[in-house]
Design a protein around this ligand. Structure first.
Ligand code: GDP
Ligand code: CA
Length: 317
């Protein structure tokens, strides 16, 4: 079975670990969000691709959910001693090596998709990890700071400001000119099942869908498309997805996120059992819906979520 997953960082990566356990023989292609990418200290950092790669490859800091396990911060401290920032983005020594290798390969002319494949040679994530595009796309957020309107990089909004001010708009800069990375459209066309993990609907899955051709390929795919809600009981399980949902005028509820994707894209949607009363509303929008436990507390619970998603895909096929 060929499964294609549109993934952000932590939510996507943790779900994928459960999916691999639930479907060990499946051929899994991950289309990763690169809108979070940022250039720091002259290096290209791809937070969501790396979170997927490290999580599935066994190198992730489990507690934090991002970055390397067993990490140290000597380089960061030395940079700070020179007064070189930003200090708010936590790059550890082991992690730095990944970004050095990536930047070196990109400078030598390799596209991001080839670089990602080379990095995965080491990590063996057990999935085919494709960036959504080889072209540069950067999500920016419009905010008002000290009475002044500004547009800042998504990482500055999320990591430095901890989403403490309202996101007035979210713009995937460069997306309109970007083209899907090699293999992305083919994987969607050939998929048996397409899954949206409980990733951020705006700045993870939404950014991937903003690359021209990807949304169309998902909608046109023969495969059933099933998503899992990142919103449980009216709030994101982790992070501040409600802030970026508000920026696109979507309520932070499991049903509103399903309607935001819409029946043209989604065939099925899973909500948490806490949101069982949302099932009727989702089904009224033409999307098959079931309520099952959606908390990724461990691999077994996450595998059960993946099985429920695959069962729903069979039911709507
Ligand atoms: P990021 O790029 O690291 O922010 O990760 P993603 O975009 O892939 O996923 C972030 C989303 O995962 C957040 O909106 C969370 O609400 C959601 N999430 C995290 N843990 C869980 C969980 O255990 N269950 C569900 N349903 N959603 C989760
Ligand atoms: Ca992300």
């Amino acid at each position: 079975m060929r499964i294609v997953v549109l993934a952000g960082g932590i939510g996507g990566a943790r779900f994928l670990r459960g999916l691999k356990s639930a479907a060990p023989d499946a051929d899994i292609t991950v289309i990763g969000n690169t809108g979070d990418d940022i250039h720091l200290f002259g290096l290209k950092v791809c937070p969501d691709l790396d979170t997927v790669m490290y999580t599935l490859g066994g190198g992730i800091d489990e507690e934090q959910g991002w970055g390397r396990a067993d990490e140290s911060f000597t380089v960061k401290e030395e940079l700070a001693a020179y007064g070189v920032g930003p200090g708010w983005f936590g790059l550890g020594d082991r992690d730095f090596a990944t970004h050095i290798v990536r930047t070196q390969m990109i400078s030598a002319g390799y596209p991001l998709s080839a670089v990602t494949e080379a990095l995965c040679d080491r990590w063996q994530p057990g999935v085919r990890l494709l960036p959504m595009s080889d072209d540069r796309v950067e999500t920016h957020v419009a905010v008002t700071l000290d009475g002044e309107k500004r547009v800042i990089h998504f990482q500055e909004y999320w990591v430095r400001l901890r989403a403490s001010v309202d996101a007035e708009a979210v713009v995937p800069v460069g997306a309109e000119q970007a083209v899907p990375a090699p293999g992305v459209l083919e994987a969607l066309a050939e998929a048996d099942v397409i899954l949206f993990p409980p990733s951020n609907p705006v700045v993870s899955v939404g950014t991937i869908l903003a690359v021209p051709g990807i949304r169309e390929a998902v909608a046109a795919a023969a495969a059933p498309v099933v998503g899992l809600s990142p919103i449980v009981g009216g709030a994101p399980v982790r992070g501040m997805a409600d802030k970026v949902l508000a920026a696109v005028g979507v309520e932070a509820t499991a049903a509103a996120v399903a309607r935001h994707y819409g029946g043209g894209l989604l065939d099925g949607w899973l909500v948490d059992t806490a949101d069982a009363d949302a099932v009727a509303e989702v089904e009224a929008a033409g999307i098959a819906c079931r309520a099952v436990p959606l908390m990724m507390t461990d691999v077994e619970a996450t595998a059960a979520m993946a099985r429920a998603a695959l069962e729903l895909a069979e039911a709507v096929r």
